[in-house]
Design a protein around this ligand. Structure first.
Ligand SMILES: Nc1nc2c(ncn2[C@@H]2O[C@H](COP(=O)(O)OP(=O)(O)OP(=O)(O)O)[C@@H](O)[C@H]2O)c(=O)[nH]1
Ligand SMILES: [Mg+2]
Length: 261
């Protein structure tokens, strides 16, 4: 490993990158991203966890609002970043780009996905896209009061098994489920709970072959990125942001938090 590569992997370099994204992490042990579809209760969860310790601004260079705050639990400091609500991570809007760049390049220790329990199927689209990028995630199934009112029952254990990540039910407006959520975030952040996210294993033989060829080439250039299959698929799609990240070698800043597909 070259000297520069070794440095790219070190904590100081990572911190520098996070500051570049506009996140001051000085006194925090873990960075937690809060993602989800619009109107699922992300900011309500954010307010419950951070109380008044938060501040808002814009994402650097963008007119998208960013809120960040902190909380401490079991002797550790957590920095919580409220991402814009999005239906996907395809980078087709500035909100999607902010959310995706933060999960990809900001490398949060845990991504909490807040989902609307009354619209689970639609919400799962984003959940599965996030699980393609990172494996350290928690699904917060919010608006359970509304689900109950609509006679919707969800077996969270089965869902958790199918997704490979912990699922926590919540009614954020009534502050219900927040204790379990905080505990679960700690379990994932510290590695007490090892996530094994659901991922598509195989596509068509032709696509599998193309992906394998690209992964082989990419792995020579970017030795520290485990999830090259995701990168290869985006390149084949013609994703300009990822093409640029490969060209400029920004992609080399991705690291140990991304596990192989
Ligand atoms: N019934 C019910 N309403 C909730 C719950 N959690 C949040 N809400 C309400 O849902 C609305 C949206 O909540 P927000 O926290 O602003 O949702 P958000 O995901 O941050 O929304 P965007 O940032 O616009 O994507 C608010 O009116 C909340 O009071 C819940 O568990 N049950
Ligand atoms: Mg919000």
């Amino acid at each position: 490993m070259s000297k520069q590569r070794a440095c790219e992997n070190c904590q100081a370099y990572r911190k520098e990158h996070l500051i570049r994204l506009g996140i001051g992490i000085d006194q925090y042990d873990y960075i937690i991203a809060l993602a989800g579809n619009p109107n699922t209760g992300k900011s309500t969860v954010f307010n419950n966890l951070t109380g008044l310790r938060q501040h808002t601004g814009n994402w650097p260079g963008k007119t998208v609002t960013r809120a960040e705050g902190g909380y401490s639990f079991a002797g550790k400091q957590y920095k919580l970043v409220d991402l814009p609500g999005t239906y996907s991570l395809l980078s087709t809007s500035k909100e999607e780009e902010v959310a995706r760049d933060f999960i990809l390049f900001g490398r949060p220790d845990v991504t909490v996905i807040v989902a609307d329990a009354t619209r689970l199927e639609r919400n799962l689209n984003l959940v599965l896209q996030i699980l393609e990028i990172t494996d350290k995630a928690v699904l917060c199934l919010n608006l359970m009061d509304e689900a109950e009112r609509n006679h919707i029952t969800i077996n969270e254990r089965t869902l958790s098994k199918a997704l490979g990540i912990p699922v926590v039910t919540a009614v954020a407006r009534q502050k219900k489920g927040m204790d379990v959520l905080i505990n679960t975030i700690e379990n994932v952040a510290t590695g007490k709970y090892m996530c094994k996210p659901h991922r598509v294993k195989s596509f068509s033989p032709k696509l599998d072959h193309a992906v394998a060829l690209l992964v082989e080439k990419l792995s020579k250039e970017f030795k520290n990125i485990p999830n090259l299959k995701w990168v290869a698929l985006r390149l084949l799609e013609g994703d300009q942001r990822i093409i640029e990240a490969v060209r400029t070698k920004e992609l080399g800043q991705l690291g140990e938090d991304l596990k192989s597909a």
